[in-house]
Write a new protein. Structure first.
Length: 147
C-alpha cells in the first residue's frame, strides 16, 4: 500500500481516539504499523492497547520507543501519560505530561492535568503539608467554602 493509505489510516485512527472509539482506532493503528511504522502510529497504538486490552507494559514500551524516535512531539507524552494513568501510576503520568508541555503546548495534556487536579498550597506555608495543623485547617476551610 502507498504512504497516503497509511496516512489516511492514521488520520482515521486519531479521529476514532478523539471520539472515544478506541476499538476502531486499535484496528487502524495495527494496520498502519504493519504498512509503515512511525512514532505516531506506535504511540497511538500503545494508547489503544492499554485502553482496550489492558497491556500496560507493552504500551509503555511502545510509547517510550516513540519518544526516543521523536522526542519533541507532545502527542507521545500525552499517550504515555494516559497509559500511566490507566496503569495506576499517577505520579509518573503527571511527570510525563509536564515533560511533554516543555516541548510544545498541547490542549489535551492541559486537559488531562486539569482532570487529575492539582493540590493547593498548604494553608500555613512554613509548615509541611502533612502537619496536622495544616491538614485540619485545610479541611475546615474547605468545609466553610473559604478555600
Amino acid at each position: 500500500m502507498s504512504g497516503t493509505d497509511t496516512e489516511s489510516l492514521i488520520a482515521k485512527g486519531i479521529r476514532a481516539v478523539n471520539s472515544g472509539k478506541t476499538a476502531l482506532a486499535l484496528e487502524c493503528f495495527e494496520e498502519a504499523v504493519k504498512q509503515r511504522s512511525t512514532p505516531a502510529s506506535w504511540s497511538y497504538l500503545a494508547f489503544c492497547l492499554a485502553r482496550e486490552k489492558r497491556q500496560f507494559d507493552h504500551a509503555i514500551h511502545l510509547c517510550q520507543e516513540a519518544i526516543r524516535s521523536d522526542p519533541h512531539s507532545s502527542i507521545h507524552y500525552l499517550n504515555l501519560g494516559r497509559v500511566y494513568l490507566m496503569a495506576g501510576r499517577r505520579e509518573e503520568s503527571i511527570r510525563i505530561f509536564r515533560q511533554g508541555l516543555l516541548y510544545e503546548a498541547n490542549a489535551h495534556i492541559e486537559g488531562e492535568l486539569r482532570k487529575i487536579g492539582m493540590r493547593k498550597a498548604p494553608v500555613i506555608s512554613f509548615l509541611k503539608r502533612d502537619n496536622p495543623i495544616n491538614k485540619y485547617l485545610g479541611i475546615f476551610l474547605k468545609k466553610l467554602r473559604v478555600r
